[in-house]
Design a protein around this ligand. Structure first.
Ligand SMILES: NC(=O)c1ccc[n+]([C@@H]2O[C@H](COP(=O)([O-])OP(=O)(O)OC[C@H]3O[C@@H](n4cnc5c(N)ncnc54)[C@H](OP(=O)(O)O)[C@@H]3O)[C@@H](O)[C@H]2O)c1
Length: 82
């Protein structure tokens, strides 16, 4: 399964990533692609870093400071609906 983590460069995001990467494809999201790539490299071999609005995943975790959630998600979109 592809798991995306918005705010994946922070403490909570990295903590989730190291656990999920054993069984899933993990996509670390950041406002800066280079930071996401650096975090992915520093944590684990099979994770990848993305500018977070470009992530396509089946499950997305949001590990942002509370004040950043609405401003960040107002620019997000979904390609699937149930
Ligand atoms: N850390 C803990 O032990 C812990 C425990 C329980 C609950 N939580 C909760 O988990 C959530 C994440 O905590 P955290 O400690 O991992 O947070 P954090 O490290 O402060 O931030 C996570 C990421 O959010 C992005 N970010 C920071 N400020 C932003 C802003 N103003 N606008 C947009 N993005 C911003 C940054 O990513 P980029 O710069 O790469 O974009 C940062 O790496 C919070 O809601 C916190 O209350 C944390």
């Amino acid at each position: 399964m592809r798991i995306g983590i918005i705010g994946g460069t922070g403490n909570m995001g990295r903590g989730l990533a190291v656990r999920f990467v054993k069984r899933h494809i993990v996509m670390i999201g950041s406002r800066r692609r280079e930071k996401a790539e650096e975090t992915a490299r520093s944590l684990m071999r099979y994770a990848k870093g993305f500018y977070q609005s470009e992530m396509e995943a089946e499950i997305i975790f949001i590990t942002l400071p509370p004040k950043a959630v609405i401003p960040t998600l107002s620019g997000a979109s979904s390609t699937r609906s149930r």
